[in-house]
Design a protein around this ligand. Structure first.
Ligand code: F6R
Length: 281
């Protein structure tokens, strides 16, 4: 596990974009796993601004609500179209089909899509409770793509975007934890103090299903990029343990640092000042 602590959300986006761009440029047939939410917005903005060639890139998204289509601005398909898909020419973009009248069939279809397009790099955000995709605490580490009930507070929080309570989605399709873990590489990003507890627990607790993101401890190829606020509760001993991020900087967790490509790629130079990989530690 490679942990990079940077100054702020903008730096997270810059570094994460470079990691994704390196992966895109690694081969002529790439599958990226993508996420919605506020965390990746800055990364997608960089895709829009830089217009990299993605004609060989297939994308698969983590999750989608059941029962609202891509014209509804609350759907994840709408979010992805607005932020990314309508601005760049990808080979193919897949999301779970929340409009299939048989949602279980939609889940099987999505697993098939991923089996045919193994994920090279999966981008993840993390919930304040440690969820990844819609895999809430208690989700099995063996889970695959499936229908999940949304938590009551999620439904209530979402209700402000809908005219009637009946219209608020109560279920979603999510990639399972096992599906996510099948990715060749995983890139998790988080910013802000409200993520600090989840980040600490994910890194410091033994793996357990009450903290879904802790499963990443057993993945051989994980990059975590967070800002100082999200890192603020990590045990300092963990941060100095391994010695090196980016030429002797500060990343903890797994002890070894990523190479030029993964770390601050593109430009080929390492950031290890206060603005870069290892800000402040
Ligand atoms: C999004 C997703 C969620 C978010 C998580 C963090 O597709 O699956 O798990 O990654 O809820 O959300 P933000 O980034 O809005 O804090």
């Amino acid at each position: 596990m490679d942990l990079y602590i940077v100054a702020n959300k903008e730096e997270i986006s810059r570094l994460a974009y470079q990691v994704m761009l390196s992966k895109i440029n690694e081969s002529d047939n790439v599958t990226l796993g993508l996420a919605t939410g506020s965390s990746p917005e800055g990364i997608y903005e960089l895709f829009r601004a830089n217009q990299p060639d993605v004609s060989h890139v297939t994308t698969v998204n983590l999750d989608e609500y059941i029962g609202i289509d891509e014209s509804n601005d609350q759907s994840y398909a709408y979010f992805m179209n607005e932020h990314l898909f309508k601005h760049l020419d990808f080979k193919k973009n897949y999301l779970p089909n929340g409009m299939n009248s048989d949602p279980d069939a939609a889940c099987r279809e999505f697993e098939d899509i991923i089996a045919k397009n193994p994920i090279d790099l999966q981008l993840l955000g993390i919930g304040t409770n440690g969820h990844i995709a819609f895999n809430e605490p208690g989700s099995s580490f063996d889970s695959t793509t499936r229908v999940v009930e949304l938590a009551k507070d999620t439904i209530v929080a979402n209700s402000r975007f809908f005219d009637k309570m009946e219209d608020v989605p109560k279920t979603a399709i999510t990639m399972g934890i096992k599906t996510i873990m099948s990715a060749g590489e995983i890139l998790l990003i988080a910013s802000g103090e409200n993520k600090a507890d989840a980040i600490k627990t994910m890194l410091e607790q033994d793996m357990n299903e009450q903290m879904p993101a802790s499963v990443l401890q057993s993945h051989p190829n994980v990059i975590i990029i967070i800002d100082e606020a999200a890192a603020s509760k990590i045990d300092p001993a963990l941060l100095t343990q391994g010695g090196g991020c980016c030429d002797g900087g500060c990343c903890g967790g797994g002890g070894h640092h990523h190479d030029t490509e993964g770390c601050c790629g593109g430009g080929g130079h390492h950031h290890h000042d206060n603005e870069g990989c290892c800000g402040g530690h």
